[in-house]
Design a protein around this ligand. Structure first.
Ligand code: SF4
Ligand code: SF4
Ligand code: FES
Length: 328
């Protein structure tokens, strides 16, 4: 059988000015995972190759690395399926300081988890006499987030973290959902307030990378959506993110007289999002408005109502009925 080209990122701060790809050749044994192949390369070709691994069973979360540009668990990836044009490119995870070869510093990742208080805050006013029981239905609300194995694959590929390292990140937000929705926790309101600040749940752009990369059911994007639902339910809306969502709803649903209906009113949304009485916020968006005006990109001043607005209204009504039903 032909040998496959493994292009593996190498870096040793004591020797290399920057990371580079080193080529190895290996015949992929039948059924081998990528981690099996990397181990073979280390054991038979270069013992200095550095990476993390432990369980080899997709449980411990140690072996995340970028495979052909995207984060994956090496022990959960069939090597033969990762070959593209005769090669597999393996690099360290993104959004993390590089230590050596494929090993990155996970301190920032674990710090992000610490920031969301990843533990239950029990209600001390209750005199617990025995374990705190949970119904099956209550457990189902936190079951998916509970499957996170802290592999940091979502953190590695998050597009927001790439531009703003202060962002809490997908794993921490998924972890937060697990406690916000936990029937035994007594700190829900404080948690939602904290998660609604800048760098929290509203900074996610819905790119879906985290949900695509996550090897478990934790799928952070969906947990972030649940956090946003909780924020709306608890009426924590005094922030740009929540106001932005409300502005979309009001604009498309035609819920505020004079702002149109069935489509986005691009004049209304930015002002509603920063807050009508937030002078600093409004001043901050004026330069963008001026640039749009100079380039002729301003939407019409008079709002427009689309022809089939009745159909949009019907959808909104149906959605509201569904919401009431769902909350019963
Ligand atoms: S969906 Fe949000 S949290 Fe997930 S990777 Fe994209 S920006 Fe990051
Ligand atoms: S949410 Fe998924 S991808 Fe992110 S750390 Fe947990 S298991 Fe890994
Ligand atoms: S070695 Fe534990 S998840 Fe891959």
């Amino acid at each position: 059988m032909a040998k496959t080209k493994f292009l593996i990122s190498r870096y040793n701060a004591a020797r290399d000015p920057k990371p580079y790809l080193q080529e190895f050749r290996l015949e992929i044994p039948q059924g081998a995972t990528l981690l099996d192949c990397i181990n073979l390369i280390k054991w038979t070709q270069d013992g200095t190759l550095t990476y993390r691994m432990s369980c080899r069973s997709a449980i411990c979360g140690s072996c995340s690395m970028k495979v052909n540009g995207h984060a994956r668990l090496a022990c959960k990836t069939q090597a033969a399926e990762a070959v593209i044009d005769g090669a597999i490119t393996i690099e360290p995870m993104g959004n993390s300081p590089l230590i050596r070869d494929l090993a990155v510093d996970l301190e920032p990742f674990f710090d992000s988890i610490d920031r969301v208080k990843p533990y239950l805050v029990p209600d001390d006013s209750k005199q617990w006499k025995r374990e705190t029981l949970q119904s099956h239905d209550d457990y189902r609300k936190i079951e998916d987030a509970s499957t996170c194995i802290l592999c940091a694959a979502c953190w590695s590929d998050c597009n927001v973290l790439e531009v703003d390292p202060r962002f809490l990140g997908p794993a921490a937000l998924a972890k937060a959902q697990r406690f916000v929705y936990d029937s035994r926790d007594s700190d829900t309101a404080n948690r939602i307030e904290y998660l609604s600040r800048v760098t929290g749940m509203w900074d996610c752009t819905h790119c879906a990378e985290c949900a695509t990369r996550c090897p478990t059911d934790a799928k952070p994007l969906f947990r972030i959506k649940e956090l946003r639902t909780a924020a709306m339910t608890h009426k924590v809306t005094n922030n740009n993110g929540a106001r932005h969502v409300l502005a979309f709803r009001e604009s498309v649903g035609g819920l505020v007289p004079g702002i149109g209906g069935g489509m986005l009113n691009e004049n209304y949304i930015p002002v509603r999002s920063v807050g009508f009485f937030n002078l600093d916020g409004i001043l901050s968006i004026i330069p963008v408005g001026i640039r749009m005006f100079i380039r002729g990109k301003n939407p019409p001043i008079l709002p427009h109502i689309i022809d089939k607005f009745g159909e949009v209204r019907a959808m909104f009504r149906r959605f509201n009925d569904y919401r009431k039903e769902y909350r019963k």
